[in-house]
Design a protein around this ligand. Structure first.
Ligand code: FAD
Length: 561
C-alpha cells in the first residue's frame, strides 16, 4: 500500500514499464486477486477510486460463513465452497478470523423445524468438512433459555448451536493488501480508473487513472486488466463498451450497533424474522452487539447507501420480537452502516432469492470482470479469475507464472501457529506493555486488528513517550491518545491512510464500534494527520467535515434516500 508521502513518485514509476496485471477495485475481491497474482510472481497493481474497502467490503455482516440459508435454496456448490474456505481463512489469519458459536433458536411458527434443522446442519457441516469436535449440538427449551435468557420465552422451543467465524471485513482487505505488498505487489487508493487504452488489435493494454489527491491523470500499461469494482462492476464494464449479457442487481443491507450493556446477549445468534420469513444475525463484538441485515432492492445511484428509518425500524421490530424484554428503540442505536450486494440479476427473483454465487465475464477486448460472491469466498474467486488470466496468457509473453500460493499463506500479522498462540501473544503483550498502561481491552483490540504487527505499534508508543520525556515533542496527557497516535503513524506509513475517515472508519472501525469515544479526539487526530502530511488548514478542515458528515449519518435515519 503506497503511503500518501510516496504517491507522486509511485505514479511516475508505474507509468514506465507495463505491469502483468492491473486490478480495478480495492474491496475484498480486488485485494484477493492482487494477493493471488503476487503469490504467482506477477508484477501487479491495484487501484481504488476511494479508500480501500470503502465499498461493500466495510459494510458486510463481517462473518466468514458458509451461508446456512443457501442450503434451503439448494446452492450446494456454494455452501461446499465457502463452507470449506472458513477453516482456511481462520488458519491463515487467526487474529482476524475468530470462531464464533451461533445460537439458532427454534421458535413456534418459525422457519426452522425441530427435525429438519439438525438434518440441515448435518448436511451443512458435511459439505463444509467440519471436524467432529466442532460440530453442532442441539439444546432443549430449558437449555436454550439458560444459554440465552433474553429470548422470547413464549415462543422458544429449543435451539441448535453451530460454528461460523467472525472477522472485520475492512481489516481483512487491509491484511490482504499488506500481504500482497510484502510479495512485491502495489496498491493505490484515491485512484479512479477513468478509461481504457487499447493496442492496434483492439485489446486493452492499459488504463488512464485519475489521482484524486492531486487531480492529475496518468497512463499505466498492463498486459491484463481485471475489473473487481463490486457494485460498480457494470459502470466499469460500460467504459469498455455496451454491457452485454448478465448484469448486476444491487440489494441493500443495513446493520445497527448497540452497546452490549443495552443489548446484552450472551452469545451471537441467527434468528427468524417471522414477519417476512427472513433470518438476521445479532453478533457480539467487544463492548457492542450489532444486528443485521436487511435485504432490499436498491435502484438509486450507487454512491453511499444510507440506513433509512424503515430499515432501522424493521431491525428494531425483529429484535424486540425475539428479545421482548429489551424494548430497543432508535435512541439506543450507537451507530449503523449500509452496504450494497453486487449480485447477478435473475428475472423474477426477489432480493433474498438472488444467488450469492460469483460470475466472471470477459469481453472481446480482454477485460475480465468478476461480480457477485461473498467475502468468505474471496480467495477461491481470486484463484478462478487468475486461472482465467493465466489461460489467456498461455503462449503470450513467454509467461511461466506459478500456481496460486494463497492456500497456506499467512496474512500480514497472522503468522501464528494456532488460535491458542494468538491468546498467548495477547498475554505476553499485556505483560510487556505495562509501562504504557495498556489494559486488556486495548491489547485485545490491537492484536485482533493488527496481529503480530501490534508489537510495532506498541514500540512506536514507547518511542513517543521517550520523545515526550526528552522534550522533543509536546507531552500527550492521556496514554490512550499516545497509543492512538502510534497506531495512526503505523497506518499512515504501512496501510495507506490518507484521511481521518480512512483511519477511523476503515482501518480501525472506531466510527461503528466506539463512536461515543471519538467526540473528544477526532480533531486531534486530524491535526496529527495534517502535521504528518503537511496539509494546509483548509485541507485539514475538509477532512474533518467529511468525517463529521459520516459521524452524523451513522445515527440519522432519513425517511428516503
Ligand atoms: P467492494 O467492496 O464494493 O469493492 C469494489 C471497489 O471498487 C469499491 O471500493 C469501489 O470504490 C471500487 N471502484 C469502483 N469503480 C472504480 C474505478 N473506476 N476505479 C477504481 N476503483 C473503483 N459476505 C460474507 O462472506 N459474509 C458476510 O457476513 C457478508 N455480509 C454481507 C452483508 C451485507 C449487508 C452486504 C451488502 C454484503 C455482505 N456480504 C457478506 C458480501 C460481501 O460483503 C461482498 O461480496 C464483498 O464485500 C464484495 O466485495 P467487492 O470487492 O466485490 O466489492
Amino acid at each position: 500500500m503506497i503511503a500518501a508521502a510516496h504517491r507522486k513518485e509511485a505514479f511516475a514509476r508505474l507509468g514506465e514499464t507495463p505491469l502483468d496485471l492491473l486490478v480495478i477495485g480495492g474491496g475484498a475481491t480486488g485485494a484477493g486477486i492482487l494477493l493471488d497474482a503476487a503469490s504467482r510472481g506477477m508484477k501487479a497493481l491495484l487501484l481504488e477510486q476511494e479508500d480501500y474497502a470503502w465499498g461493500t467490503s466495510s459494510r458486510s455482516t463481517k462473518l466468514i460463513h458458509g451461508g446456512l440459508r443457501y442450503l434451503k435454496q439448494l446452492e450446494i456448490g456454494l455452501v461446499r465452497e465457502v463452507g470449506r474456505e472458513r477453516a482456511i481463512l481462520h488458519a491463515n489469519a487467526p487474529h482476524l478470523v475468530h470462531p464464533e458459536e451461533l445460537l439458532l433458536p427454534l421458535i413456534e411458527s418459525g422457519s426452522l423445524g425441530k427435525y429438519s434443522t439438525p438434518v440441515g446442519l448435518w448436511m451443512y457441516e458435511k459439505l463444509a468438512g467440519v471436524p467432529k469436535q466442532e460440530r453442532f449440538r442441539t439444546l432443549s427449551r430449558e437449555e436454550t433459555l439458560c444459554a440465552e435468557p433474553l429470548l422470547n420465552q413464549r415462543i422458544t422451543k429449543g435451539s441448535a448451536v453451530y460454528r461460523e467465524y467472525r472477522t472485520d471485513d475492512a481489516r481483512l482487505v487491509t491484511a490482504l493488501l499488506a500481504t500482497a505488498a510484502d510479495l512485491g505487489a502495489e496498491s493505490l487508493n484515491y485512484a479512479r480508473v477513468e478509461s481504457f487504452e487499447y493496442d492496434d488489435a483492439g485489446q486493452i493494454n492499459g488504463i488512464k487513472v485519475q489521482d484524486r489527491i492531486d487531480q492529475r491523470t496518468h497512463s499505466i500499461k498492463a498486459r491484463n486488466v481485471v475489473n473487481a469494482a463490486g457494485p460498480w462492476c457494470d459502470e466499469v464494464r460500460k467504459i469498455d463498451g455496451p454491457v452485454e449479457g448478465k448484469k448486476l442487481q444491487l440489494t441493500k443491507g443495513v446493520h445497527l450497533v448497540f452497546s452490549h450493556e443495552r443489548f446484552p446477549i450472551l452469545r451471537s445468534l441467527y434468528f427468524d424474522v417471522p414477519a417476512d420469513g427472513r433470518m438476521i444475525f445479532a453478533v457480539r463484538r467487544d463492548a457492542c452487539t450489532y444486528l443485521g441485515t436487511t435485504d432490499t432492492l436498491y435502484t438509486t445511484p450507487i454512491g453511499q447507501p444510507r440506513t433509512l428509518a424503515e430499515d432501522a425500524d424493521y431491525l428494531l421490530a425483529a429484535a424486540n420480537f425475539m428479545f421482548p424484554t429489551l424494548n430497543l428503540s432508535r435512541e439506543d442505536i450507537l451507530s449503523s452502516w449500509a452496504g450494497l450486494r453486487p449480485l447477478i440479476h435473475e428475472e423474477g427473483k426477489g432480493p433474498s432469492e438472488l444467488s450469492r454465487k460469483d460470475e466472471v465475464f470477459q469481453t472481446p477486448s480482454g477485460l475480465i470482470s468478476i461480480a457477485g460472491g461473498k467475502l468468505t469466498g474471496y480467495r477461491l474467486m481470486a484463484e478462478r479469475v487468475m486461472d482465467m488470466v493465466m489461460a489467456s496468457q498461455t503462449g503470450k509473453h513467454g509467461s511461466t507464472y506459478k500456481e496460486s500460493g494463497t492456500h497456506q499463506l499467512p496474512l500480514k500479522g497472522g503468522d501464528f501457529e494456532s488460535y491458542a498462540a494468538v491468546r498467548q501473544y495477547k498475554k505476553r503483550l499485556l505483560g510487556e506493555s505495562r509501562q504504557i498502561d495498556l489494559n486488556l481491552a486495548q491489547v485485545n483490540y490491537l492484536v485482533n486488528t493488527y496481529g503480530t504487527e501490534a508489537s510495532v505499534i506498541i514500540e512506536r508508543a514507547y518511542a513517543l513517550g521517550a520523545m515526550e520525556r526528552e522534550g522533543q515533542i509536546e507531552a500527550i496527557e492521556r496514554p490512550f491518545l499516545r497509543l492512538l497516535k502510534a497506531e495512526l503513524s503505523y497506518s499512515m506509513d504501512f496501510e495507506g491512510v490518507c484521511t481521518l475517515s480512512d483511519f477511523l472508519i476503515r482501518r480501525t472501525g472506531r466510527l461503528y464500534f466506539e463512536r461515543p469515544d471519538l467526540e473528544d479526539c477526532y480533531r486531534q487526530i486530524a491535526e496529527w494527520i495534517a502535521e504528518k502530511r503537511s496539509l494546509s488548514d483548509e485541507k485539514r478542515e475538509l477532512q474533518i467535515n467529511e468525517f463529521e458528515q459520516a459521524y452524523y449519518e451513522v445515527l440519522s435515519f432519513p425517511a428516503e434516500a
